[in-house]
Ligand binder design. Structure first.
Ligand code: SPV
Ligand code: MG
Length: 551
């Protein structure tokens, strides 16, 4: 085998597992810190603050679930919480396994399950099931030493990750048995195979812990929980050779105070104004739980999200052929069976998933006031045409876009097909234009001349290109219905063309047909998608009557 092939075949370096990192942390000669967390978000917050590991506290997990630290939450319920915590954070988790939820056999199963779910280690304590929190009462009964050693051995024999850590917790000081008993148990647990000892104390000073350390030395790493002797300077723990300090419940306690304060203020003031600036914003929540990653993933995996189009509706004109109906409103706001025409158009856009709809308004613009649209003003509507209106929305020509006249209605499938159609700029062209309306209307119609006529063969999907669009063009192949789709590239081309037309002075009076005709002269002409009826535009009272029937 050549040396280059050997290099390819070599196993890739992998990051150390969480268990390996917890093991290194416990073995480290430096004093390390674990921070309490009790759910996914507190785990994230602990990690964000820089803690190299997390203490999944039994007290805090129970309390967050609203129950007592007396094994009221079952071990599988705790496991469920742990799974969320492990998924939510990249740092290792040492879980408070209480007394192991039963005898040696329960510990075996617990350790196997913890390994499966990516938990780095477990701490089990030498008391009896159901456990009682160490700060409640005095003289809590201790487990038989040999029985507890059996649990330690069973746990170590069951781990499926070689680096998984089993910490044996000594409650002799808590129960009032004193230093001798604590040391006796430390020896036994060490011999049984524990990876570290947690020596717990409820004294308000570190005296008994420091005395233990003096006798114990560094035979096995020692973990402490200075909840009651928090006043001891941290350097005293460092100097005593302690391996890990656990801040065991401080996330939970901090959140209880914060929630109380917020609830009381909101209750009292019947308003959130007073506390809004003091609490995390919704955006912070999104950031913490990683919404940005989801957006990126949607772009990778979700075609509809990737192609989500916006719409620009051109609705600046009055529509004077509608006479008194448009005296106080533009024609897009004329009533069609109880709803403005524009509302019906927007509903069709929404039907195919287009929610971002901008409407360029001009005549009686204050009447174009639907809540579901973003209005854009063309205040020069009296002297300008459709291309100028579109240019008013230039900023929105960014990404996939649908352009629609504001006076049309069409069946949703036409737009759905248009969005699916190949091509960066595609216009819906009605092949049955001759049958549609009285010929007297020819002057107002945007006729289209295309590269090939409409084929009745349903299997014929050869691309059809637009050659020209306008009211008086020769040899039309169909009628542009006032609906076009642009891909991101198409939108860029249209933007560029609008800018060129502005520069050469042709923008102000140009129609949308003029714009597309100019684009048709470029290398890749816009394409036509032939449709056969199922749409209409509203120019006069006759059209309005048809619109009512269309619905
Ligand atoms: C926990 O955090 O649940 C502990 C530590 O076990 S203590 O509450 O101090 O017992
Ligand atoms: Mg506990």
């Amino acid at each position: 085998m050549s040396s280059s092939l050997r290099a390819v075949a070599a196993p890739a370096a992998t990051a150390p597992s969480k268990a390996a990192r917890l093991r290194a942390l416990i073995a480290s000669p430096r004093l390390e810190f674990l921070m309490e967390a009790h759910d996914g978000i507190s785990a994230k917050i602990a990690q964000e603050a820089g803690f190299p590991g997390i203490w999944a506290s039994g007290l805090a997990i129970s309390a967050a679930l609203g129950v007592r630290d007396s094994n009221e939450a079952s071990w599988t319920q705790v496991l469920e919480v742990l799974e969320f915590m492990a998924d939510a954070s990249a740092v290792p988790i040492l879980v408070d396994g209480d007394t192991g939820y039963g005898n040696f056999n329960n510990v075996r199963r617990l350790v196997r399950k913890l390994c499966q779910r990516g938990i780095a280690g477990v701490c089990i304590e030498d008391k009896l099931f159901p456990k009682t929190n160490s700060f409640i009462g005095d003289g809590q009964p201790l487990a038989d030493i040999d029985e507890f050693c059996g649990k330690i051995k069973a746990g170590k024999d069951s781990q499926t990750d070689g680096d998984f850590q089993l910490v044996a917790r000594i409650e002799a000081l808590i129960s009032g048995w004193g230093l001798e008993e604590a040391l006796r148990r430390a020896e036994a647990y060490h011999a049984a195979g524990a990876d570290a000892l947690l020596v717990h104390s409820k004294s308000n000073n570190a005296g008994e812990i420091l005395a233990f350390m003096k006798e114990w030395g560094d035979r096995l790493p020692v973990v402490i929980v200075p909840t009651t002797y928090y006043g001891t300077p941290t350097d005293a723990f460092r100097d005593a050779g302690i391996s890990v300090v656990i801040w065991a419940n401080h996330n939970l306690r901090a959140s209880i105070n914060a929630m109380r304060e917020a609830c009381r203020a909101i209750m009292r003031e019947e308003s959130v104004v007073g506390i809004e600036g003091k609490i995390a914003s919704v955006k912070e929540i999104f950031d913490l739980v990683g919404n940005r990653e989801l957006t990126e993933a949607e772009e990778r995996y979700l075609p509809s999200a990737r192609e989500q189009a916006r719409a620009i509706v051109l609705a600046a004109t009055r529509g004077s052929q509608l006479g008194p109906l448009t005296e106080d409103r533009p024609k897009c706001m004329v009533d069609v069976r109880g709803q403005p025409l524009l509302r019906r158009l927007v509903a069709t856009l929404r039907e195919v998933g287009i929610r971002d709809v901008a409407v360029v308004r001009g005549y009686c613009k204050e009447k174009v006031d639907l809540a579901t649209i973003a209005p854009i003003d063309n205040d020069a509507y009296e002297t300008t045409g459709e291309a100028h209106s579109l240019a008013c929305a230039l900023d929105r020509l960014d990404g996939p876009t649908v352009i629609a006249f504001g006076d049309i209605l069409f069946r949703g499938y036409i737009l759905a097909n248009l969005l699916e159609a190949e091509g960066d700029i595609v216009l819906a062209v009605d092949a049955l234009w001759r049958e549609r309306e009285p010929s007297t209307k020819a002057a107002t119609r945007d006729l289209a001349r295309c590269s090939t006529p409409f084929s009745r063969d349903p299997l014929d999907d050869a691309p059809v290109e637009i050659a020209a669009i306008g009211s008086g063009i020769a040899e039309p192949s169909g009628e542009f219905i006032g609906l076009a789709k642009l891909t991101a590239t198409g939108a860029r081309r249209v933007r560029r063309m609008l800018e060129a037309m502005r520069a050469d002075g042709s923008l102000a009076t140009a129609s949308l047909g003029d714009l597309f005709t100019r684009l048709a002269a470029e290398d890749e002409p816009p394409r036509a998608l032939y449709v056969t009826g199922h749409w209409l535009d509203v120019n006069d009272a006759f059209d309005l009557a048809r619109a009512r029937n269309f619905l």
